[in-house]
Design a protein around this ligand. Structure first.
Ligand code: FAD
Ligand code: PYC
Length: 402
Protein backbone atom coordinates (compact mmCIF):
# COMPACT_ATOMS: atom_id res chain seq x y z
CA UNK A 1 0.00 0.00 0.00
CA UNK A 2 1.22 3.52 -0.78
CA UNK A 3 2.50 5.30 2.25
CA UNK A 4 1.36 8.82 3.05
CA UNK A 5 4.78 10.23 2.22
CA UNK A 6 5.28 8.47 -1.10
CA UNK A 7 4.65 9.34 -4.71
CA UNK A 8 5.68 12.98 -4.41
CA UNK A 9 6.92 14.48 -7.66
CA UNK A 10 10.23 16.30 -7.53
CA UNK A 11 9.65 20.03 -7.94
CA UNK A 12 12.90 20.41 -9.88
CA UNK A 13 15.30 17.95 -11.52
CA UNK A 14 18.67 17.06 -10.03
CA UNK A 15 20.89 16.65 -13.14
CA UNK A 16 24.59 15.93 -13.57
CA UNK A 17 26.49 18.97 -14.84
CA UNK A 18 26.96 19.16 -18.62
CA UNK A 19 30.35 20.01 -20.09
CA UNK A 20 29.28 23.44 -21.29
CA UNK A 21 26.48 25.99 -20.89
CA UNK A 22 25.79 29.33 -22.57
CA UNK A 23 25.35 30.87 -19.14
CA UNK A 24 26.40 29.76 -15.67
CA UNK A 25 24.95 31.50 -12.63
CA UNK A 26 26.82 30.93 -9.36
CA UNK A 27 24.45 30.96 -6.38
CA UNK A 28 20.94 29.49 -6.17
CA UNK A 29 19.55 32.17 -3.90
CA UNK A 30 16.57 34.27 -4.97
CA UNK A 31 18.68 36.64 -7.09
CA UNK A 32 20.53 33.87 -8.96
CA UNK A 33 17.35 31.89 -9.61
CA UNK A 34 15.37 34.98 -10.67
CA UNK A 35 18.20 35.93 -13.04
CA UNK A 36 18.04 32.47 -14.63
CA UNK A 37 14.24 32.60 -14.79
CA UNK A 38 14.12 35.92 -16.64
CA UNK A 39 16.96 34.85 -18.98
CA UNK A 40 14.62 32.08 -20.08
CA UNK A 41 11.31 33.88 -19.88
CA UNK A 42 12.29 37.26 -21.35
CA UNK A 43 15.15 36.28 -23.69
CA UNK A 44 14.66 32.58 -24.53
CA UNK A 45 18.11 31.71 -23.13
CA UNK A 46 17.67 28.31 -21.48
CA UNK A 47 21.05 26.56 -21.85
CA UNK A 48 21.72 27.75 -18.32
CA UNK A 49 23.12 26.13 -15.16
CA UNK A 50 22.67 27.51 -11.67
CA UNK A 51 25.44 26.17 -9.41
CA UNK A 52 24.90 26.10 -5.66
CA UNK A 53 27.43 24.98 -3.08
CA UNK A 54 24.79 24.07 -0.49
CA UNK A 55 21.04 23.73 -0.98
CA UNK A 56 19.00 26.20 -2.98
CA UNK A 57 17.58 29.02 -0.91
CA UNK A 58 19.89 28.06 1.99
CA UNK A 59 21.73 31.40 1.99
CA UNK A 60 20.22 34.76 2.88
CA UNK A 61 17.14 34.04 0.80
CA UNK A 62 16.01 31.43 3.34
CA UNK A 63 17.27 33.42 6.34
CA UNK A 64 15.70 36.83 5.91
CA UNK A 65 12.73 38.40 7.62
CA UNK A 66 10.81 38.75 4.31
CA UNK A 67 10.05 42.47 4.36
CA UNK A 68 8.97 43.85 0.99
CA UNK A 69 8.75 47.60 0.34
CA UNK A 70 9.94 50.14 -2.21
CA UNK A 71 10.09 53.35 -0.12
CA UNK A 72 13.64 54.33 -1.18
CA UNK A 73 14.86 57.87 -1.69
CA UNK A 74 16.81 57.93 -4.94
CA UNK A 75 15.12 57.57 -8.34
CA UNK A 76 17.25 54.63 -9.52
CA UNK A 77 16.48 52.71 -6.32
CA UNK A 78 12.77 53.47 -6.34
CA UNK A 79 12.63 52.22 -9.95
CA UNK A 80 14.17 48.80 -9.32
CA UNK A 81 12.56 48.21 -5.91
CA UNK A 82 9.12 49.27 -7.18
CA UNK A 83 9.53 47.03 -10.24
CA UNK A 84 10.30 44.19 -7.80
CA UNK A 85 7.36 45.03 -5.53
CA UNK A 86 4.98 45.10 -8.47
CA UNK A 87 6.30 41.73 -9.72
CA UNK A 88 5.66 40.30 -6.24
CA UNK A 89 1.98 41.24 -6.67
CA UNK A 90 1.59 38.63 -9.43
CA UNK A 91 4.44 36.23 -8.63
CA UNK A 92 2.21 33.39 -7.38
CA UNK A 93 0.21 33.46 -10.63
CA UNK A 94 3.30 33.95 -12.79
CA UNK A 95 5.13 30.96 -11.26
CA UNK A 96 1.96 28.99 -10.47
CA UNK A 97 3.47 28.63 -6.98
CA UNK A 98 2.00 30.16 -3.85
CA UNK A 99 4.63 32.55 -2.47
CA UNK A 100 2.13 33.85 0.11
CA UNK A 101 2.68 37.49 -0.82
CA UNK A 102 0.99 39.45 1.97
CA UNK A 103 0.76 43.19 1.23
CA UNK A 104 -0.29 43.92 4.80
CA UNK A 105 1.28 47.38 4.95
CA UNK A 106 4.54 48.61 6.43
CA UNK A 107 5.43 51.52 8.68
CA UNK A 108 8.87 52.99 9.29
CA UNK A 109 8.48 54.82 12.58
CA UNK A 110 9.77 58.37 12.96
CA UNK A 111 11.06 58.65 16.54
CA UNK A 112 13.24 61.75 16.24
CA UNK A 113 12.71 65.15 14.58
CA UNK A 114 15.47 64.20 12.18
CA UNK A 115 13.54 61.10 11.09
CA UNK A 116 10.33 63.13 10.71
CA UNK A 117 12.09 65.42 8.23
CA UNK A 118 13.80 62.49 6.50
CA UNK A 119 10.64 60.46 6.01
CA UNK A 120 8.60 63.48 4.92
CA UNK A 121 11.27 64.03 2.30
CA UNK A 122 11.07 60.38 1.23
CA UNK A 123 7.27 60.58 0.97
CA UNK A 124 7.64 63.59 -1.38
CA UNK A 125 10.32 61.82 -3.43
CA UNK A 126 8.16 58.70 -3.65
CA UNK A 127 5.19 60.78 -4.87
CA UNK A 128 7.35 62.07 -7.73
CA UNK A 129 8.57 58.51 -8.48
CA UNK A 130 5.04 57.03 -8.56
CA UNK A 131 5.62 54.98 -5.40
CA UNK A 132 2.58 55.10 -3.11
CA UNK A 133 3.72 56.08 0.41
CA UNK A 134 2.50 58.68 2.88
CA UNK A 135 3.72 60.29 6.09
CA UNK A 136 1.17 59.48 8.83
CA UNK A 137 0.45 60.91 12.28
CA UNK A 138 1.23 59.18 15.61
CA UNK A 139 -2.51 58.56 16.09
CA UNK A 140 -2.76 56.78 12.71
CA UNK A 141 0.27 54.68 13.75
CA UNK A 142 -1.55 53.75 16.97
CA UNK A 143 -4.74 52.90 15.03
CA UNK A 144 -2.76 50.60 12.74
CA UNK A 145 -0.71 49.04 15.56
CA UNK A 146 -2.74 48.98 18.79
CA UNK A 147 0.07 47.22 20.73
CA UNK A 148 2.47 50.13 20.19
CA UNK A 149 3.43 52.59 22.91
CA UNK A 150 3.56 55.92 21.09
CA UNK A 151 4.48 58.05 24.08
CA UNK A 152 8.01 57.03 24.88
CA UNK A 153 9.77 56.61 27.24
CA UNK A 154 12.96 57.63 25.37
CA UNK A 155 11.68 57.87 21.81
CA UNK A 156 7.99 58.79 21.40
CA UNK A 157 6.47 57.98 18.02
CA UNK A 158 6.26 61.26 16.08
CA UNK A 159 4.78 59.78 12.92
CA UNK A 160 5.67 57.19 10.32
CA UNK A 161 6.34 56.51 6.66
CA UNK A 162 3.48 54.21 5.60
CA UNK A 163 3.50 52.01 2.51
CA UNK A 164 0.14 50.29 2.29
CA UNK A 165 1.21 47.81 -0.44
CA UNK A 166 4.41 46.83 1.41
CA UNK A 167 4.41 43.56 3.33
CA UNK A 168 5.93 40.09 3.35
CA UNK A 169 6.12 36.84 1.33
CA UNK A 170 7.23 33.30 2.12
CA UNK A 171 10.98 33.41 1.42
CA UNK A 172 11.58 29.69 0.70
CA UNK A 173 8.63 29.61 -1.65
CA UNK A 174 10.15 32.41 -3.73
CA UNK A 175 13.29 30.31 -4.24
CA UNK A 176 11.34 27.09 -4.79
CA UNK A 177 8.92 28.71 -7.25
CA UNK A 178 11.72 30.15 -9.38
CA UNK A 179 13.67 26.88 -9.18
CA UNK A 180 10.74 24.82 -10.41
CA UNK A 181 10.05 27.26 -13.26
CA UNK A 182 13.73 27.24 -14.31
CA UNK A 183 13.85 23.45 -14.22
CA UNK A 184 10.65 23.28 -16.29
CA UNK A 185 12.36 25.48 -18.92
CA UNK A 186 15.17 22.89 -19.18
CA UNK A 187 17.76 24.70 -17.05
CA UNK A 188 20.04 22.70 -14.74
CA UNK A 189 20.00 23.59 -11.06
CA UNK A 190 22.95 21.79 -9.54
CA UNK A 191 23.13 21.74 -5.75
CA UNK A 192 26.14 20.57 -3.71
CA UNK A 193 28.35 22.03 -6.43
CA UNK A 194 30.81 24.58 -5.09
CA UNK A 195 32.62 26.86 -7.52
CA UNK A 196 36.29 26.75 -6.54
CA UNK A 197 37.89 28.62 -9.43
CA UNK A 198 37.12 30.82 -12.41
CA UNK A 199 38.90 29.98 -15.66
CA UNK A 200 39.87 32.73 -18.09
CA UNK A 201 41.44 32.88 -21.52
CA UNK A 202 43.25 36.20 -21.23
CA UNK A 203 40.62 38.81 -20.43
CA UNK A 204 37.61 36.58 -21.10
CA UNK A 205 35.84 33.98 -18.96
CA UNK A 206 35.74 30.42 -20.34
CA UNK A 207 34.41 28.40 -17.43
CA UNK A 208 34.56 27.46 -13.78
CA UNK A 209 36.17 24.76 -11.67
CA UNK A 210 33.78 23.14 -9.24
CA UNK A 211 33.66 20.41 -6.61
CA UNK A 212 32.00 18.35 -9.39
CA UNK A 213 34.57 19.08 -12.12
CA UNK A 214 35.26 21.80 -14.67
CA UNK A 215 32.32 23.33 -16.56
CA UNK A 216 32.68 25.67 -19.56
CA UNK A 217 30.50 28.69 -20.25
CA UNK A 218 30.30 31.77 -22.47
CA UNK A 219 28.91 34.03 -19.75
CA UNK A 220 29.15 33.85 -15.97
CA UNK A 221 26.87 35.56 -13.45
CA UNK A 222 28.23 35.83 -9.90
CA UNK A 223 25.24 36.08 -7.55
CA UNK A 224 26.53 34.90 -4.17
CA UNK A 225 25.70 37.74 -1.73
CA UNK A 226 28.14 37.57 1.23
CA UNK A 227 30.65 35.49 -0.76
CA UNK A 228 30.86 37.89 -3.73
CA UNK A 229 34.34 39.04 -2.72
CA UNK A 230 35.53 35.42 -2.63
CA UNK A 231 34.26 34.72 -6.17
CA UNK A 232 35.62 38.02 -7.49
CA UNK A 233 39.00 37.07 -6.07
CA UNK A 234 38.84 33.77 -8.01
CA UNK A 235 38.14 35.76 -11.19
CA UNK A 236 40.98 38.19 -10.53
CA UNK A 237 39.27 41.44 -9.54
CA UNK A 238 38.11 43.15 -6.37
CA UNK A 239 34.68 44.39 -5.30
CA UNK A 240 33.95 47.34 -2.99
CA UNK A 241 32.09 45.19 -0.45
CA UNK A 242 32.29 44.17 3.19
CA UNK A 243 30.70 40.98 4.53
CA UNK A 244 28.96 40.95 7.91
CA UNK A 245 26.51 38.76 9.75
CA UNK A 246 22.93 39.98 10.07
CA UNK A 247 20.85 38.16 12.64
CA UNK A 248 17.16 37.64 13.31
CA UNK A 249 15.00 35.75 15.80
CA UNK A 250 11.44 34.63 16.36
CA UNK A 251 9.35 34.43 19.51
CA UNK A 252 7.13 31.59 20.57
CA UNK A 253 3.88 31.61 18.56
CA UNK A 254 1.07 33.73 20.00
CA UNK A 255 -2.41 34.81 18.87
CA UNK A 256 -2.56 37.49 16.15
CA UNK A 257 -1.56 40.85 17.67
CA UNK A 258 0.05 42.88 14.89
CA UNK A 259 -1.09 42.77 11.26
CA UNK A 260 1.35 45.23 9.68
CA UNK A 261 5.16 45.31 9.52
CA UNK A 262 6.85 47.88 11.77
CA UNK A 263 10.44 49.09 11.48
CA UNK A 264 11.80 51.26 14.30
CA UNK A 265 15.10 52.43 12.90
CA UNK A 266 16.13 54.79 15.69
CA UNK A 267 16.01 52.13 18.37
CA UNK A 268 17.25 49.54 15.81
CA UNK A 269 14.57 46.92 15.71
CA UNK A 270 11.76 45.72 13.49
CA UNK A 271 8.89 43.31 13.91
CA UNK A 272 6.09 41.51 12.10
CA UNK A 273 3.99 38.45 12.90
CA UNK A 274 4.31 35.26 10.88
CA UNK A 275 1.33 33.16 9.81
CA UNK A 276 2.36 30.67 12.53
CA UNK A 277 2.01 33.43 15.14
CA UNK A 278 5.70 33.96 15.88
CA UNK A 279 6.91 37.54 16.17
CA UNK A 280 9.68 37.89 13.60
CA UNK A 281 12.30 40.26 15.00
CA UNK A 282 15.59 41.69 13.83
CA UNK A 283 17.98 44.55 14.41
CA UNK A 284 21.30 45.85 13.14
CA UNK A 285 24.23 43.96 11.64
CA UNK A 286 27.10 42.65 13.76
CA UNK A 287 29.55 45.45 14.46
CA UNK A 288 32.52 43.73 12.79
CA UNK A 289 33.16 42.00 9.46
CA UNK A 290 32.70 38.23 9.64
CA UNK A 291 31.47 35.12 7.84
CA UNK A 292 29.72 33.47 10.81
CA UNK A 293 26.32 32.38 9.58
CA UNK A 294 24.72 32.19 13.03
CA UNK A 295 23.18 34.09 15.92
CA UNK A 296 24.71 35.32 19.17
CA UNK A 297 23.32 36.14 22.64
CA UNK A 298 24.29 39.82 22.66
CA UNK A 299 22.12 40.38 19.59
CA UNK A 300 18.95 39.04 21.22
CA UNK A 301 19.51 41.22 24.23
CA UNK A 302 20.27 44.40 22.27
CA UNK A 303 17.43 44.03 19.81
CA UNK A 304 14.73 42.98 22.23
CA UNK A 305 15.79 45.66 24.74
CA UNK A 306 15.39 48.28 22.01
CA UNK A 307 11.99 47.04 20.88
CA UNK A 308 10.53 46.61 24.39
CA UNK A 309 10.37 50.40 24.76
CA UNK A 310 8.03 50.66 21.79
CA UNK A 311 6.25 47.31 22.23
CA UNK A 312 6.12 46.70 26.02
CA UNK A 313 4.05 43.50 25.62
CA UNK A 314 7.00 41.62 24.11
CA UNK A 315 8.84 41.72 27.44
CA UNK A 316 6.69 38.74 28.49
CA UNK A 317 7.53 36.60 25.45
CA UNK A 318 9.91 33.69 25.20
CA UNK A 319 12.22 33.76 22.20
CA UNK A 320 12.21 30.52 20.23
CA UNK A 321 15.19 30.52 17.87
CA UNK A 322 17.70 32.79 16.13
CA UNK A 323 19.99 32.60 13.12
CA UNK A 324 22.27 34.70 10.93
CA UNK A 325 23.18 35.28 7.29
CA UNK A 326 26.19 36.89 5.63
CA UNK A 327 25.26 40.17 3.99
CA UNK A 328 27.30 42.03 1.38
CA UNK A 329 27.47 45.73 2.17
CA UNK A 330 28.48 48.49 -0.23
CA UNK A 331 29.48 51.93 1.05
CA UNK A 332 26.37 53.63 -0.36
CA UNK A 333 24.05 50.75 0.71
CA UNK A 334 22.95 50.23 -2.90
CA UNK A 335 23.44 47.09 -4.99
CA UNK A 336 25.90 46.37 -7.78
CA UNK A 337 24.51 45.03 -11.09
CA UNK A 338 27.39 45.27 -13.45
CA UNK A 339 29.79 44.09 -16.08
CA UNK A 340 33.25 43.48 -14.63
CA UNK A 341 36.86 43.86 -15.79
CA UNK A 342 36.64 40.28 -17.13
CA UNK A 343 34.70 39.95 -20.40
CA UNK A 344 31.66 37.71 -19.97
CA UNK A 345 31.54 38.00 -16.15
CA UNK A 346 28.67 39.92 -14.57
CA UNK A 347 28.02 40.55 -10.87
CA UNK A 348 24.76 40.98 -8.99
CA UNK A 349 25.54 41.72 -5.35
CA UNK A 350 25.63 44.39 -2.67
CA UNK A 351 21.97 43.92 -1.74
CA UNK A 352 23.20 43.80 1.83
CA UNK A 353 20.48 43.77 4.45
CA UNK A 354 17.68 44.49 1.99
CA UNK A 355 17.68 42.27 -1.09
CA UNK A 356 14.77 39.91 -0.48
CA UNK A 357 12.30 42.56 -1.55
CA UNK A 358 14.33 43.15 -4.71
CA UNK A 359 14.56 39.58 -6.00
CA UNK A 360 12.22 39.76 -9.02
CA UNK A 361 13.34 43.25 -10.10
CA UNK A 362 16.99 42.32 -9.70
CA UNK A 363 16.54 39.10 -11.71
CA UNK A 364 14.70 41.02 -14.41
CA UNK A 365 17.47 43.63 -14.71
CA UNK A 366 20.38 41.20 -14.40
CA UNK A 367 18.94 38.94 -17.10
CA UNK A 368 18.60 41.94 -19.43
CA UNK A 369 22.15 43.05 -18.63
CA UNK A 370 23.54 39.56 -19.33
CA UNK A 371 21.47 39.02 -22.47
CA UNK A 372 21.80 42.47 -24.09
CA UNK A 373 24.81 44.07 -22.40
CA UNK A 374 22.74 46.87 -20.86
CA UNK A 375 19.56 47.33 -18.83
CA UNK A 376 17.78 50.60 -17.97
CA UNK A 377 16.99 49.33 -14.45
CA UNK A 378 20.64 48.36 -13.82
CA UNK A 379 22.20 51.40 -15.50
CA UNK A 380 22.99 53.41 -12.36
CA UNK A 381 24.19 50.40 -10.34
CA UNK A 382 27.41 49.70 -12.27
CA UNK A 383 30.81 49.29 -10.63
CA UNK A 384 31.98 52.49 -12.33
CA UNK A 385 29.97 54.58 -9.85
CA UNK A 386 32.58 53.90 -7.16
CA UNK A 387 35.34 55.29 -9.40
CA UNK A 388 33.25 58.26 -10.46
CA UNK A 389 32.02 59.10 -6.95
CA UNK A 390 28.42 58.81 -8.20
CA UNK A 391 27.03 57.16 -5.08
CA UNK A 392 23.37 56.19 -4.67
CA UNK A 393 23.07 56.88 -0.97
CA UNK A 394 20.36 54.74 0.63
CA UNK A 395 21.74 54.49 4.15
CA UNK A 396 18.45 55.77 5.62
CA UNK A 397 16.12 53.72 3.40
CA UNK A 398 18.15 50.57 4.11
CA UNK A 399 16.42 50.80 7.46
CA UNK A 400 18.84 48.47 9.24
CA UNK A 401 21.68 49.83 11.34
CA UNK A 402 25.15 49.07 10.02
P1 FAD B 1 21.73 34.21 -1.09
O1 FAD B 1 20.32 33.82 -0.85
O2 FAD B 1 22.64 34.26 0.08
O3 FAD B 1 22.28 33.21 -2.20
C1 FAD B 1 23.63 33.13 -2.55
C2 FAD B 1 23.97 31.67 -2.71
O4 FAD B 1 25.29 31.55 -3.22
C3 FAD B 1 23.95 30.89 -1.39
O5 FAD B 1 22.94 29.90 -1.44
C4 FAD B 1 25.36 30.33 -1.27
O6 FAD B 1 25.39 29.03 -0.72
C5 FAD B 1 25.82 30.35 -2.74
N1 FAD B 1 27.28 30.35 -2.89
C6 FAD B 1 28.18 31.11 -2.23
N2 FAD B 1 29.43 30.80 -2.64
C7 FAD B 1 29.31 29.83 -3.59
C8 FAD B 1 30.24 29.09 -4.36
N3 FAD B 1 31.55 29.27 -4.24
N4 FAD B 1 29.76 28.16 -5.23
C9 FAD B 1 28.41 27.94 -5.36
N5 FAD B 1 27.49 28.61 -4.63
C10 FAD B 1 27.93 29.54 -3.75
N6 FAD B 1 16.01 41.70 2.75
C11 FAD B 1 14.78 42.27 2.61
O7 FAD B 1 14.45 42.81 1.55
N7 FAD B 1 13.87 42.24 3.63
C12 FAD B 1 14.18 41.70 4.84
O8 FAD B 1 13.33 41.68 5.74
C13 FAD B 1 15.47 41.16 5.01
N8 FAD B 1 15.80 40.63 6.21
C14 FAD B 1 17.01 40.01 6.36
C15 FAD B 1 17.28 39.39 7.58
C16 FAD B 1 18.44 38.64 7.73
C17 FAD B 1 18.71 37.99 9.05
C18 FAD B 1 19.36 38.54 6.65
C19 FAD B 1 20.62 37.73 6.79
C20 FAD B 1 19.11 39.19 5.43
C21 FAD B 1 17.92 39.93 5.28
N9 FAD B 1 17.59 40.56 4.08
C22 FAD B 1 16.37 41.15 3.92
C23 FAD B 1 18.55 40.57 2.96
C24 FAD B 1 18.24 39.47 1.96
O9 FAD B 1 18.09 38.23 2.64
C25 FAD B 1 19.37 39.33 0.93
O10 FAD B 1 19.70 40.58 0.38
C26 FAD B 1 18.97 38.40 -0.21
O11 FAD B 1 18.35 37.24 0.27
C27 FAD B 1 20.18 38.04 -1.03
O12 FAD B 1 19.81 37.03 -1.94
P2 FAD B 1 20.90 36.37 -2.85
O13 FAD B 1 20.19 35.45 -3.76
O14 FAD B 1 21.75 37.44 -3.44
O15 FAD B 1 21.84 35.62 -1.82
O1 PYC C 1 15.33 45.83 3.93
O2 PYC C 1 13.37 46.18 4.81
C1 PYC C 1 14.51 45.70 4.85
C2 PYC C 1 14.91 44.91 5.99
C3 PYC C 1 14.23 44.77 7.13
C4 PYC C 1 14.98 43.96 7.91
C5 PYC C 1 16.09 43.61 7.27
N1 PYC C 1 16.03 44.20 6.06
Amino acid sequence: AARYHSGWERAWASPQPKKKYDVIIVGAGGHGLATAYYLGKNFGITNVAVLEKGWLGGGNTGRNTTIIRSNYLQDASAAIYEKARSLYETMSQDLNYNVMFSPRGLIMLAQTEHEVRGYQRTAHANALQGVATEFITPQKVKDLVPIINISGPRYPVLGGLWQQRGGTARHDAVAWGYARACSDMGMDIIQQCEVTGVRRDGGKVVGVDTSRGAIDCDKLGIVVAGHSGVLADMAGFRLPLESLALQALVSEPIKPCIDVVVMANTVHGYMSQSDKGELVIGGGTDGFNNYTQRGSFHHIEETVRALVETFPMISRLKMLRQWGGIVDMTGDRSPILSKTPVEGIFVNCGWGTGGFKAIPGSGWAMAELMAKGHSPLAEEFGLNRFKEGRFIDESVAAGVAH
